[in-house]
Design a protein around this ligand. Sequence first.
Ligand code: GLP
Length: 261
Amino acid sequence: MEVVIQPDRWAATRLAARLIARQVAAKPSCVLGLATGMTMERVYAELVRLHGEEDLDFSLVRTFNLDEYIGIDPGHPGSYRYYMNKKLFDHVNVDVRNTHLPHGTAPDLDEECRRYEALIGACGGIDLQLLGIGRSGHIGFNEPLSALQSRTRAKALTPTTIAQNRDHFDPPSSMPRRGITMGVGTILEARECLLLVTGDSKAGVLAKAVEGPVTSMISATALQLHPRCKVIADEEAAAHLEQKEYYRWIFENEPEWQEFR
Ligand code: GLP
C-alpha cells in the first residue's frame, strides 16, 4: 500500500483522475472498476474535462461498477446506473454497452451475481479499481463482517450507510436496505486498486483502514493485502494517520511519483 497526501480535496481528486487517465492512455481497451458517492463526483467531472480538453479517449474502455441498490430500476434517480450516466457516461465517448453495473431488479439475485462475476472474468479482469470508503469502513457495499474472500453478492446495508446515503432519495425513507456488491475477494483480484478519501468525516475510518489490523469489521483494511494499492487522501482525511511524514517521504523520493509531484 502507498499513501499519498494532497493538500486539499481538489488536488487529491486531480491526482486520482490523472492516474485513471494514465491507465486509459497506456491501455485504451482497459477495464476500469468504478465507484460512486460524492467523493467520486469530482473525479468524474475531472475525467469529463480531460476528455473534452485533452482528448482522453474512452471509446474502447470497459467499465464495471462496484455495486448497485436492490429493488430500484436503472432509471431511478437514486440508482447507481443513473448516477454513472449523469456524472460520466453521458459526457465521454464510452460505448454504453461496455459499461456494466449489477442489475438491482434481476429476478434471481444469486444468478445475477454469478453473471456479473463471469462477465468481469470474460473481459479479462479489472485493470484499475477505483474505490471510496464508507463511514462504516466499507468498500463497495462490503459492510462490517464481510468475508475477506467474499464474491459478488447481495448484502444488507448498515444503519450507518443508510444514514450516509439516504438524502439521495426522495423521500429519504425510500432508500433501499440492500445492495449487490462486488465482494472483497473480487476487488482484491483487480490488478491495481486506487482508494480516494477526502474530508474530515473519513479521518477516523481511514486511519483504521491504513494503519489498523486487517479485519472483516472494516473491509477497506483488506486493501493492505493487495500488492498494488494506492491510497490518495487530502489533509483532512489524513488527519489521524500516525505515519504521515513517512508517507510524504516516500512520495518525494519514489521515482514512480516524479511525474505527479
Ligand atoms: C457508497 C458506495 C461506496 C462509496 C461510499 C462513499 O456507500 N457504495 O462505494 O465509497 O458511498 O461515499 P461518499 O463519497 O459519498 O462518502
